[in-house]
Structures are given as structure tokens and as C-alpha cells.
Design a protein around this ligand. Structure first.
Ligand code: NAG
Length: 191
């Protein structure tokens, strides 16, 4: 499926890198921008060097963490109302906060529950994807503190989809993906 052939409208965010900086993913060649322009709360961390390897996606090297507030939201702007988007949130804990406590927290799209992020392995990275229709010209991705550890995030991606794809995703219903789809065409890269 070549639905990502045109990169227009991609939002690729490397959470936790310094404001106004960016990183380029070696595999996808996509440029990931700082999350600073999408949120104004949280604390940046870099994962310990012992977890860094050349095969680790650059997006996973830093996180933004939210020790304060029950609800912290990213705002993805300049979308078109009624269009369909895939939103992907990525998490790698690797004890970035030195607390050795695997957190459990929720992610919401706006006010709607999306998923529970249950970090069960310190060094497991996990991507959560959802297909949704923009009910405005922006989408909010919110991290919700449930009292079970500090919410954090490593990466956030938004990809426009053709309106004809995923007909089950309507303005009233979003589609959570339980298996990661291979959306990267012939080279199997998830862009
Ligand atoms: C988190 O995952 C663990 C291990 O799979 C499970 O035992 C636990 O019930 C989960 N907690 C929540 C709140 O989902």
C-alpha cells in the first residue's frame, strides 16, 4: 500500500530534544523536529548511554516526562477538518528517570480514551497507533497520569491518510491498531 508515497502533511516529532533542533532517522531519512512547538509543559531527559546503540531509532534517545499535572497535551496543528490521520505514539523507558519504576498511564485523543500505556519491560520500545478523523484543524494527544508512575513519551508521528482508506474510522469512531500495520511499502520501513 503506497499511501505514504507523498510526505506532505507529515508531522514527525522527537520528544525531548532541545527546542528548535531536529534529528534525522537513519532508516526512514525523515526529519524529526523538537516537540517544543507542540507542548509547553514537561521535562526533557536523555536515556543513559548504556542503552544507546546504532540500531536504536534516534527518536528513542530522548523523552519528555510529565511529573506535574494529571493531563498534559500535545497539540498537532494545521490539520484539515474531516481528514483522516494516523497518529503514532512511541515509548521507550529504559529507566530514564533513574526511579526503576515502570509506569502505567493513559493516552487520550482530545477528551477520548485512546489506550493504556503499560510499560512492562524496561528496554522494550512500544508504538501505539490510532486512525482518527480530525474534528477540528488540530488534534490533541494527551498523556494522563493515573497515579501509577510519571507519564512520558519518546516520539509522536502524524500521517495524513487518504479519505478512502480505513472506512471504519469516522468522525465518531477512531480505530486503534492492535497489530502494527506495515505501512512502509516494499522496503517494509514504518515511516
Ligand atoms: C500491565 O501489564 C502487566 C503485565 O502484563 C499486567 O499484569 C497488568 O495487569 C497491567 N496493568 C494494567 C493497568 O493494564
Amino acid at each position: 500500500m503506497w499511501i505514504f508515497f507523498i510526505f506532505t502533511g507529515f508531522i514527525s516529532i522527537d520528544c525531548g530534544i532541545p527546542a528548535n533542533s531536529n534529528s534525522v532517522d537513519v532508516d526512514t531519512k525523515l526529519t524529526y523536529v523538537s516537540d517544543d512547538q507542540f507542548i509547553n509543559t514537561g521535562v526533557n531527559y536523555r536515556i543513559a548511554s548504556k542503552y544507546v546503540s546504532s540500531s536504536l531509532m534516534k527518536q528513542l534517545l530522548t523523552v519528555r516526562s510529565f511529573p506535574i499535572g494529571a493531563r498534559n497535551c500535545y497539540i498537532l496543528k494545521s490539520l484539515s477538518l474531516g481528514s483522516k490521520y494516523l497518529v503514532r505514539a512511541t515509548f521507550l523507558y529504559v529507566n530514564y528517570d533513574n526511579l526503576n519504576k515502570l509506569p502505567i498511564f493513559d493516552v487520550h485523543l482530545g477528551v477520548n480514551y485512546w489506550d493504556t500505556i503499560n510499560i512492562t519491560r524496561e528496554n522494550g520500545d512500544k508504538a501505539y497507533e490510532i486512525i482518527t478523523t480530525a474534528a477540528a484543524d488540530y488534534i490533541q494527544v494527551c498523556l494522563i497520569n493515573k497515579g501509577l508512575g510519571t507519564p512520558f513519551i519518546s516520539g509522536l508521528d502524524l500521517r495524513p491518510l487518504e479519505t478512502s482508506t480505513y472506512k471504519a474510522a469516522s468522525s465518531t469512531q477512531s480505530l486503534v491498531l492492535y497489530d502494527r500495520l506495515d505501512l512502509g511499502a516494499s522496503d517494509s520501513l514504518i515511516r
